[in-house]
Design a protein around this ligand. Structure first.
Ligand SMILES: [Zn+2]
Length: 241
């Protein structure tokens, strides 16, 4: 009798890096752990993490036409317009490494961008899977607590978090003993404004996905591993059919 060591034909984890997973949209406010989860999902399914920030920087660095335009706009102090972002996203997700799927990070951020994404996907030639949309939700107060915990060493620049990665001695740098400071960006009023801005900008977006029954909620108040497990479950269920 020949015992096969291949897992082909079973539903083992090997299939995770072979089957088409399609586009994944991950939403979540600053401090929700979106970057960490995006990275884990990307690794688990063997698909690229497509971050508009990274694409933008790569285009600017390699001096593409889109990059030149974006650079000029950013240098004049303006936000990169949707038209440019759309061109970059469309170009990126056509690359061979994204053929089985990809995870969008930082895009879409607005209702207009979500609508563009739907149209773009519908118009692609080989009838791709619709995006799976997962929203990492964390209460406002918990986010505020996480984000205001940041402390910086004025001497060596090392960053601590009084909740997540505190120094060995309260308020003092482990390396050089300097008294840690709260940078202006990490002050409560600044963070509160950032969270409110996120809420204002993305509420119509989550509403759009929710009203079409496509919004999957992840409980971001749970430990990191549990949030990852929730994300995998959502994806498995969405792509079962
Ligand atoms: Zn230090």
């Amino acid at each position: 009798m020949v015992v096969s060591t291949s897992s082909a034909g079973t539903s083992g984890s090997m299939a995770d890096t072979q089957k088409a997973i399609g586009p994944i949209v991950l939403l979540g406010p600053p401090g929700a752990g979106k970057g960490t989860q995006a990275k884990r999902i990307a690794e688990h399914y063997g698909v690229p993490q497509v971050s508009t920030g990274d694409i933008l920087r790569a285009n600017v660095a390699s001096g593409t036409e889109l990059g030149k335009k974006a650079k000029a706009i950013m240098e004049s102090g303006n936000l990169v317009p949707d038209e440019l972002l759309f061109g970059m996203v469309a170009e990126r997700v056509k690359q061979p490494d994204a053929a089985r799927g990809y995870i969008l990070d930082g895009f879409p951020r607005t209702l207009a961008q979500a609508e563009w994404l739907d149209k773009f996907l519908q118009n692609q030639q080989d009838a791709p899977l619709p995006p799976v949309v997962a929203d990492i939700q964390v209460s406002y107060n918990e986010l505020l607590g996480r984000l205001t915990g940041r402390r910086t060493c004025p001497t060596c620049g090392r960053i601590y978090n009084v909740h997540l990665s505190p120094p060995k001695v309260d308020e003092l740098c482990d390396v050089d003993g300097s008294k840690l400071v709260t940078r202006k960006d990490d002050e409560e009023s600044v963070i509160a404004e950032r969270l409110k801005a996120y809420e204002r900008q993305t509420a119509p977006l989550t509403g759009y996905y929710q009203s079409s029954g496509r919004l999957h909620v992840l409980d971001g108040s749970r430990p990191i591993d549990e949030v990852t497990a929730q994300a995998f479950k959502v994806l498995e269920q969405a792509r079962k059919k």
